[in-house]
Write a protein that binds this ligand. Structure first.
Ligand code: DAH
Length: 342
């Protein structure tokens, strides 16, 4: 009978498991402590006849040893288990870590800022297609039949379709808006434009423009100047000066190029403004009466002004970027500089 009990206890010890400190303690109570089943065996020893005592004693000591060895093994297993879970860092109660934050592309940021400035003075947004026809890109805008801008070196024509081209400027959107809306019109049209040019630090075959158009009764050149003064101060700072240089565009009369005082040297002259103190940001003028008529607007009753600016150009001045190619190369070292500060 005592032998049966011993075998049963040995089997129990062999099968014992402890995956938590509580289970380990339960094992200790059952097999190691004074009041454990092993302890009870030593009490039983008293009733064993003398001639069997020695043999029984050896068996009980074996059980005691087995219980202790198993206890050490359980302690070790439990420790290494806890370490594993610690090093894997899996604590599901912790709040999640920060996700990496992206940035806004400098062209997108510039475009948004331009829109914001003009929206506040009553301009809405309008869009037109990037694949245009000759009428909207050239003819309605009063380009003469043999104007050099229609030639192949400037314009990407769609093969075998001489009437279809990638728009060379956002002025085409002016025509579309005037064809479908009646004055008063106050609209801003940002978008991509395409020109057949070699890519360099200063030129690209794909870039962005923003077109502005204001048509109503009594719109004057003074309105154009005030609007662009306002824009330049909002965009580049209140000390920015604006200058209008007489120029020519087929779709405006009179026409003027828009210069702002150089942001880098404040007008003193530096390498960016090539010593002149001024940098060009776009073209502008009073909408040519022919253009109004081409779009079905009465040019006796209505007048209008228009302007077109390069978004890359504005971004380059604002952020002091010196190579146009950086905008499209997606170099992470460049883009990361426009990440919002956390
Ligand atoms: N479309 C012209 C260009 O791409 C820019 C321009 C000049 C737009 C004068 C206008 C304007 O609306 O009035 O160079």
């Amino acid at each position: 009978m005592p032998n049966d009990k011993i075998n049963q206890i040995l089997a129990e010890i062999a099968a014992a498991k402890a995956t938590t400190p509580d289970e380990l303690e339960a094992y200790r109570m059952r097999f190691i402590s004074k009041k454990s089943v092993v302890g009870e065996l030593f009490v039983l020893m008293r009733d064993v006849p003398n001639e069997e005592k020695r043999e029984f004693g050896q068996l009980v000591n074996g059980v005691k040893q087995a219980a202790e060895e198993k206890f050490q093994a359980l302690i070790q297993a439990l420790e290494s288990n806890t370490k594993k879970t610690k090093t894997s860092g899996l604590d599901l109660t912790l709040p999640p870590g920060n996700l990496p934050v992206g940035g806004i592309h400098p062209l997108t940021a510039t475009r948004q800022r331009i829109i914001e400035i003009f929206e506040r003075i009553g301009f809405n947004l309008s869009e037109g297609p990037e694949i245009e026809d000759d009428w909207h890109n050239f003819t309605a805008l009063n380009f003469p039949e043999n104007h050099p801008a229609r030639e192949m070196q400037d314009t990407f024509f769609i093969e075998k379709k001489p009437d279809v081209a990638l728009r060379t400027h956002t002025s085409s959107v002016q025509v579309r808006v005037m064809e479908r809306e009646k004055p008063p019109i106050r609209t801003l049209s940002p978008g991509r434009v395409f020109r057949n040019e070699a890519i360099s630090a200063r030129a690209h075959c794909i870039f962005h423009q923003v077109e502005g158009l204001y048509v109503d009764e009594n719109v004057s050149f003074a309105d154009l100047k005030q609007t662009l003064y306002h824009f330049a101060k909002e965009m580049f700072g209140k000390d920015t000066r604006v200058r209008f240089r007489p120029s020519f565009f087929p779709f405006t009369e009179p026409s003027a190029e828009i210069d702002i005082s150089c942001l880098i040297c404040g007008g003193k002259g530096c390498s960016i403004c090539k010593g002149s103190g001024w940098v060009e940001i776009g073209g502008s003028g009073m909408v040519d009466p022919n253009v109004l008529e081409n779009c079905g607007i009465d040019s006796v009753k209505y007048t209008g002004f228009a302007f077109g600016m390069g978004i890359e150009r504005i971004a380059m001045l604002k952020y002091q970027i010196n190579d146009l190619r950086l905008f499209t190369e997606n170099d992470i070292r460049f883009l990361q500089q426009f990440r919002p500060l956390l």
